[in-house]
Design a protein around this ligand. Structure first.
Ligand code: DHB
Ligand code: FE
Length: 280
């Protein structure tokens, strides 16, 4: 049977990709950010997952305002990357596992999550940058991917409680798959940020820290915030924390924190990286 080996939260901001491309990870500006990934690499080397379920938000590459599913699951043999205008490189297609995707889709729909199914799906910076961060020297990365998109572009967004419940359905959907695969869950995005409007550059360290703390032992506490509370507290794009809630829901009731790092660069967006494992 498939096993969930753990979950990772990670930032996906476009400038990370450009920092990697320019080889400036150890510059003083970037070093505190990239240093937060050393322990994640050690953990990944140790657990050696076969599959990454990438919970990310499409930013307008596949879906636009005219047609925007709340939840969409990729079911393709491979996923092509494209740049939406950030000047990021594209990469050879990422390997999928369509059989696992269809199993997950069957199970989610059986559990009454009526997702969109995508036999073609492009992947943007919210998928590519985490791949480059998690497997920096390995391109293509040594895993198959199942991409899962959550709408954070067009309101109404799914409620935090719905996202946690989606994760609670996703966990059993993965673990009922009849192949001996090790699966890591990756929730991309966050933390507090607002890219436009009067509050552009808004960051809320206190709220970010609260999210990181509660995500471990008390994720239900985060469902008490409405999407509009999160916009107010964490900025318009701070809603990306819902990807983390999906990941956390899929890990099950109790987890232990293996690693955590938080960094506010001088740019727009606070970055949090965590590794969580299931606890007995
Ligand atoms: C930035 C952050 C994002 O989440 C994103 O999708 C694009 C840009 C930023 O901080 O620049
Ligand atoms: Fe984003």
């Amino acid at each position: 049977m498939a096993t969930i080996v753990g979950g990772i939260t990670t930032s996906h901001i476009p400038s990370i990709g450009n920092a990697i491309s320019n080889g400036i990870q150890s510059d003083p500006y970037w070093a505190p950010f990239f240093e937060g990934y050393a322990e994640v690499h050690a953990w990944l080397d140790d657990v050696k997952p076969d599959v990454a379920v990438m919970i990310f938000n499409d930013h307008g590459l596949n879906f636009f305002l005219d047609n925007l599913p709340t939840f969409a699951v990729g079911a393709a043999p491979e996923y092509r990357s494209e740049d939406e205008g950030w000047g990021l490189p594209t990469f050879p297609p990422y390997r999928g596992d369509a059989a696992l995707s269809w199993h997950i889709i069957d199970s989610l729909i059986d559990q009454e999550f009526d997702i969109a199914t995508c036999q073609e799906m492009l992947v943007d910076h919210a998928f590519i940058n985490p791949m480059r961060l998690l497997w920096p020297d390995q391109n293509p990365p040594p895993i198959a991917a199942v991409p899962i998109h959550i709408n954070t572009v067009q309101h109404p967004l799914p409620k935090p409680s719905r996202c946690l419940d989606f994760g609670k359905a996703l966990g059993p959907a993965i673990e009922s798959y009849d192949e001996d695969l090790k699966v890591v869950l990756v929730g991309t995005g966050g933390m507090s940020h607002q890219l436009d409007g009067k509050r552009a550059g808004h960051i809320n360290k206190e709220f970010d820290k609260l999210c990181m703390e509660k995500l471990v032992d008390e994720p239900e506490a985060l469902t008490e915030f409405s999407i509009h509370d999160i916009v107010r507290l964490a900025g318009t794009q701070g809603t990306e924390i819902i990807m983390w809630l999906v990941m956390r829901g899929a890990l099950g009731a109790r987890v232990k924190k293996v690693h955590s790092s938080y960094h506010i660069p001088i740019s727009n967006t606070a970055a949090g990286v965590m590794v969580l494992e299931r606890a007995a």
